[in-house]
Design a protein around this ligand. Structure first.
Ligand code: UD1
Ligand code: CA
Length: 450
């Protein structure tokens, strides 16, 4: 059996925030969610998150994960004190306990798995991750014998000058034999510079504690302030973009592009500079996105071009062209081979195939058929100040420039709407709708002089 406990009770004073530290976002996920994700390969039987400062907020943020149990540490008296709170919750538990810091978000699932395997193969009382850092300042230092067995961990502030020379640091990631840990937890003292209960004191009482060096020490970066948060974001972005490039995606100027972990890309997608792909977005092969696009929670079919546009909560079928300067949102759905161009906004509308909305339009709460040509400046007036109303436009209909559809209204198939019309009544198939003042000419007319 395996349980994981994630330390998340601290306030994170250096973040200077109303939000508890572990709820700060690294892209699409919070720090604590990233810590939970790092257990993906070992699949613990129990997941406990130790909360304290603004604990309710953390509970709310994680309540979509039914397997997570919350353990309250009402006063934050140190990492050892936090783990002591687990005792009543893991009373009948036998097996190993993985301990992760909620503020260490870049740990790879493979690393956690390796640590658990080594722990179990060697029958250790505890196994912990270590790294040799060029600048170990602030971290606890790990002292080992020639067999890589830990003899002591001393916090930076408790180290003397010689001990400070040791660059091998404690990452704050451990695997314990729970029975053995539980026996020694009551022995912890506050006999240190901070007068806190340090979890690391248990290593004074446990035998066979093994240290495992991580190969890539960016994995164990702890987040204490917003500079470290942004540095971690950069590392995460680099990982994500490298993986997509290795999988067949071209990213032109990766520094100016951000991609959330949750995004899926097909092969031969080309991402141009200043493009940001977020949330639950999928982009099929052959699409060219950017420069300057924001695409969030949207699904794009194959071979779509998007230029200087914003697409949120929308779905676009293959071979369509979007932009420059288009805005699709709120459940816009576009068929194949459509063209949506300059300064067009589409909201909560279903658009058929080969339909063009090329310039200066607002299409909201509308259903458009196939091969519709929406003239420049066409507007669906969907809102009467109280409610939203639908507009329906049939196949092959052409709307003239500057036409307004006052919803609710239904326009048939093969209709032509004259430019400048304000359409307030339904229009039958195969007809011309014209709703504007007839042009008058007054000949030989001159402005009266005053
Ligand atoms: C800890 C380790 C140090 C290690 C470092 C790695 C101890 C004594 N020291 O130091 O050896 O190098 O992590 O990052 O463990 N927390 C609680 N309750 C508490 C105190 C802390 O839940 O009472 C949580 C914090 O919210 C945080 C984590 O535990 O997520 C680590 O606490 P922090 O105070 O940051 O420990 P460090 O000083 O970084
Ligand atoms: Ca820390």
């Amino acid at each position: 059996m395996l349980a994981v406990a994630i330390l998340a009770a601290g306030k994170g004073t250096r973040m200077k925030s109303k939000l508890p530290k572990v709820l700060h976002l690294l892209g699409s996920k919070s720090l604590v969610e990233k810590a939970i994700d790092s257990c993906n390969l070992v699949q613990p039987d129990r997941q406990l998150v130790i909360i304290g400062y603004e604990g309710k907020q953390i509970e709310n943020a994680l309540n979509y994960l039914p397997q997570v149990e919350f353990v309250e540490q009402t006063e934050q008296l140190g990492t050892g004190h936090a783990i002591q709170q687990l005792i009543p919750h893991l009373d009948d538990f036998s097996g190993d306990l993985l301990v992760l810091n909620g503020d260490v978000p870049l740990l790879r699932p493979e690393t956690v798995q390796k640590m658990v395997t080594i722990h179990q193969e060697n029958n250790n009382s505890a196994t912990l991750l270590t790294a040799n850092l060029p600048n170990p300042q602030g971290y606890g230092r790990v002292f080992c014998d020639e067999n890589n067995l830990v003899t002591a961990i001393i916090e930076d502030r408790d180290c003397n000058a010689t001990q400070k020379q040791n660059k091998r640091i404690n990452a704050g990631v451990y695997c314990f034999n729970w029975q053995k840990l539980r026996e020694v937890l009551p022995k912890l003292s506050t006999n240190n510079d901070q007068q806190e209960y340090y979890l690391t004191e248990v290593f004074d009482y446990l035998d066979q504690v093994m240290a495992l060096d991580v190969d890539d020490y960016s994995e164990i970066n702890g987040i204490n302030d917003r500079r470290q948060l942004s540095a971690a974001y950069e590392i995460l972005q680099q990982r994500i973009k490298d993986a997509w490039m290795m999988a067949g995606v071209t990213i032109i100027d990766p520094h100016s592009v951000t991609i959330d972990e949750s995004v899926e890309l097909g092969i031969d997608v080309i991402i141009e500079p200043q493009t940001h792909l977020r949330g639950n977005t999928t982009i099929a092969s052959g699409c060219k996105i950017g420069p300057n696009c924001l695409i969030e929670n949207s699904q794009l079919g194959e071979n779509i071009n998007v230029l200087y546009s914003v697409i949120i909560d929308s779905k676009i079928s293959s071979n369509s062209k979007i932009g420059p300067y288009a805005h699709l949102r709120g459940g816009a759905q576009l068929g194949e081979n459509c063209r949506v161009g300059n300064f067009v906004e589409i909201k909560k509308s279903i658009i058929g195939t080969k339909t063009n909305i090329a310039h200066l339009s607002y299409i909201g709460d509308a259903t458009l058929g196939n091969q519709v040509n929406v003239g420049a400046g066409t507007i669906t007036a969907n809102y009467d100040g109280v409610k939203k109303h639908p507009t329906i436009i049939g196949h092959r209909t052409k709307t003239g420039s500057n036409s307004v559809f006052v919803a609710p209204v239904t326009i048939g198939e093969d209709v032509t709407v004259a430019a400048g019309s304000v359409i307030t009544h339904d229009v039958p198939n195969n007809s011309l709708a014209i709703a504007r003042e007839k042009q008058r000419i007054i000949e030989n007319w001159k402005m009266k002089s005053k």
